[in-house]
Design a protein. Structure first.
Length: 548
């Protein structure tokens, strides 16, 4: 039951103004999950930090985003949807402005947490506002526009970020949100009506605290285990302490969520075979998808010398193809076995990551674009059928909780992907530097000949002295070794991601297909026996469409 605190019959244009306002908020929230990728090399150079520190700029945002998602519904029911949406836009705008003023990497990471809190509230509350303001017969088109804004930010985010960085500074990718956010807050305050649920459930404090401890400290352990400053590796007291706190959080979280009447995340939904297995696949999907978008800009800018705009522009086809293929895969999922497009999508995603595992310092633009085109096609093919399979056996009154968990799992998978691949990148980079360094013998004829050629070129072309030329020749060889080691480490990370993603195809084979025929009067509905394959219902289809 809910309470409406504004007039019942607003002007016809009212709901479209609300839609535009929510679309802008959604665009900004998703945009800042991708726009920073192309800015990392510039930020790393500005603050003098390595990959293992800078990856937290992305991971912190995504992690807080995921933690805030399941809490937003309770806050909106308790305090009102308009108030929470305004709070979300305020936090996001405040965090964006503070990020542009950050004086070191730690300040930037903290301000990204503030920004991520706003984004985590904004996405689900904005979607809920649209479902309330639009009648059922127009809800589909509203959610369609809402989805377009999210897809557009995925496509345009890296390119927009690259343009701002090349022409202004890395601070501009954050400050650009401030005027837009201020306008959004004003429009929300003046135009939007308030809703508040009259029924109030208690907040799941044990679930929230234990989930936060588990996710945060597990990611801290992953990122710090192979950090340059941590000589103890996985056996260092700090990393072991982080793992212990994460394990304690998980031990508290699971029984707390299974026994409370009002769980933050209803783990009992995972008892449904399709939903549980699909969330595992989605975790792997998020790991490969977000991890690859973290690695590729580093390679393009640090190894091939791409500008930030050039590095961002290569991602444009990914979002466009995903937007085109999502409805196509939805149609295929309805007409044939939805496992078929899901398997094709996950398989092609793994193949695209495998192709990226063969990059070099001489890779052509064609070699870079082909895997990205395949990836956009794959992501569009996979997500909608997976959503259909996941939600088809759940009762209508569990759709909101299930959709929230679906998004949380994907965001957490992305956070773990960035943390895991960032750690692997650091570890493999050190390995390849040592391996290549051992193969280079300073007394070998090949090495001496190479140094002599570089020294001769520097002396003849640049007019430098013999000692300066010799030092420059040795520096050039060392620089080349470092570059080759970094690209080899990037390749290892992509191969690892491709293997993990390919394994995700196996559980899809065991998912139960939803039958198309109507359920007869004497048959059980799929959610009544918690496992028998049955047909869907309109509420299920609406939730699936919104997710896709």
């Amino acid at each position: 039951m809910s309470t409406r605190l504004r007039p019942e019959n607003p002007a016809p244009a009212y709901k479209w103004i609300v839609l535009a306002n929510v679309m802008i908020g959604t665009f900004m929230a998703v945009l800042d999950a991708t726009i920073v990728n192309v800015g990392l090399p510039r930020i790393m150079a500005a603050f003098g930090v390595s990959v293992d520190s800078s990856e937290w700029i992305i991971t912190a945002y995504m992690l807080v985003f995921a933690v805030m998602l399941p809490t937003s519904g309770w806050l909106a029911d308790r305090f009102g949807y308009k108030k929470i949406y305004m709070l979300a836009m305020f936090l996001f705008t405040l965090g964006s402005g503070l990020c542009s003023l950050a004086w070191d990497i730690n300040a930037l990471i903290f301000f990204r947490i503030v920004q991520g809190m706003g984004a985590g509230f904004m996405m689900p509350v904005g979607m809920a506002i649209l479902t309330r303001e639009f009648p059922p017969e127009k809800r589909g088109i509203a959610l369609g526009f809402w989805g377009v804004s999210a897809a557009a930010s995925v496509s345009l985010g890296p390119m927009l970020g690259g343009y701002l960085i090349d022409n202004l500074s890395w601070q501009a990718i954050f400050s650009v949100n401030v005027p837009v956010g201020v306008v959004g807050i004003i429009v929300t305050a003046i135009v939007q009506r308030e809703y508040r649920h009259s029924a109030r459930s208690p907040f799941d404090i044990p679930g929230f605290v234990s989930m936060t401890l588990f996710l945060v400290f597990l990611l801290l352990a992953l990122t710090d285990a192979n950090a340059a400053w941590n000589s103890g590796g996985w056996h260092s007291p700090l990393v072991l302490s982080f793992l212990g706190i994460a394990a304690a959080g998980l031990i508290i979280f699971i029984p707390a969520e299974l026994t409370t009447d009002h769980p933050l995340i209803d783990l009992r939904l995972l008892r449904n075979f399709n939903f549980g297995i699909t969330n595992l696949i989605l975790f792997v999907f998020g790991l490969g998808m977000f991890g690859s978008t973290f690695l590729l800009p580093l390679y393009l800018q640090n190894s091939l010398g791409y500008t930030a705009l050039q590095a961002g522009a290569v991602f444009l086809p990914v979002g466009l193809l995903q937007g085109v293929m999502s409805p196509v895969s939805g149609i295929l999922a309805d007409r044939i076995n939805p496992k078929v497009p899901a398997i094709i999508g996950i398989g092609l995603l793994a193949f695209s990551l495998f192709l990226n595992g063969h990059l070099s310092l001489l890779s052509s633009h064609h070699q870079i674009m082909v895997p990205l085109i395949i990836r956009g096609f794959a992501m569009g093919m996979a997500f909608t059928p997976l959503s259909t399979l996941a939600l088809s056996e759940l009762p209508p009154d569990r759709m909101a909780q299930a959709s929230g968990m679906f998004n949380v799992i994907r965001q957490v998978g992305g956070s773990f992907g960035i943390a895991l691949l960032g750690t692997l990148l650091t570890q493999r980079n050190l390995f390849h530097q040592a391996a290549i360094g051992e193969m280079v013998s300073v007394n070998s004829p090949v090495f001496q000949g190479t140094i002599a050629q570089i020294q001769q070129h520097a002396t003849g072309s640049l007019g430098v002295t013999g000692s300066v030329a010799a030092s420059g020749a040795h520096l050039a060889v060392v620089t080349r070794i470092v570059q080759e080691a970094f690209v080899s480490a990037i390749d290892d990370c992509f191969i690892f991601a491709s293997i993990i993603t390919a394994v995700g195809v196996i559980p899809i084979l065991f998912l139960r297909r939803r039958h198309a025929e109507p359920t007869g009067a004497g048959k059980q509905k799929p959610w009544e026996d918690n496992g028998a394959a049955g047909d869907g219902c309109p509420e299920v289809e609406t939730a699936v469409s919104a997710e896709g």
